[in-house]
Write a protein that binds this ligand. Structure first.
Ligand code: PGA
Length: 248
């Protein structure tokens, strides 16, 4: 079976000590996880340094949940890709639906963030997906195409690997996951769109991935892995999803 990516987006769920504790447990137990997984955790910026320190002897990578597109300057509250790189981040999430919808992030801003990631040799994880209304109106393909094209046009991807996370907004944090059929259909469409810009990409599914449904996605030939939010913040759910032998 080919490698599958398991990216754990801890959002703003875990504080510093909780992030360190969970990351330490993952590092200590990573030898018991399913060997097919490539793992990365995305704690808050507050915990990047300490978490990186705990996982550095393991194969687990670390990424940030967001970044700013400029390198440095008077941008209170922001963190640049260069700064994330310096503390050992391998990935950065860009355009997560919570950023787009709660913080009004636009496709143009998402494009600038991708560009900054590429310039700094950081692997971007571009998140795309339609709202419930857009799905009901059957606009999902148009929306996702626009999100990808506006984010990637004018950028020389320079052979850097790129991740796309298909995360329908109605599935994120809702407990209502996308059916395998719908997810595969969208992955197929996304592959064709991204293929115009890059030949070096992976497509993940995200949105209410849980122990009960992860295998459907992981076993699919056209889904390269999963981006897991809420369920990835709980040790027992993680152990289960990562196929840990002797589950706790
Ligand atoms: P969820 O979040 O698994 O809690 O639905 C996924 C994500 O936002 O990446």
């Amino acid at each position: 079976m080919k490698k599958k990516y398991f990216f754990a987006n801890w959002k703003m769920y875990l504080n510093n000590s909780e992030s360190i504790a969970l990351a330490s447990w993952m590092a200590d137990n990573s030898g018991n996880f399913d060997k097919n997984f490539e793992l990365a955790v995305f704690p808050t910026n507050l915990s990047l340094v300490a978490v990186k320190n705990r996982i550095k002897e393991s194969n687990i990578k670390i990424g940030a949940q967001n970044s700013y597109w400029l390198n440095e300057g008077g941008y209170t509250g922001e963190v640049s890709v260069g700064m994330l790189k310096e503390v050992g981040c391998s990935y950065v999430l860009v355009g997560h639906s919570e950023r787009r919808h709660l913080f009004n992030e636009t496709n143009e801003q998402v494009g600038k963030k991708i560009s900054s990631a590429v310039l700094n040799n950081m692997i971007p994880v571009l998140c795309v997906g339609e709202t419930k209304q857009q799905r009901e109106d059957n606009y999902q393909e148009i929306i996702v195409k626009k999100q990808i094209e506006e984010a990637l046009s004018n950028i020389d991807l320079n052979e850097i690997s790129l991740f796309i996370a298909y995360e329908p907004v109605w599935a994120v944090g809702s407990g209502k996951n996308c059916s395998l059929f719908e997810a595969e259909q969208m992955h197929d469409i996304i592959g064709k769109i991204v293929g115009q810009f890059s030949s070096n990409y992976k497509i993940l599914y995200g949105g209410s991935v849980r122990p009960e449904n992860i295998n459907e996605y992981i076993q699919s030939d056209i889904i390269d892995g999963v981006l897991v939010g809420g369920a990835s913040t709980k040790k027992d759910a993680l152990a289960n999803m990562l196929g840990m032998s002797n589950s706790i």
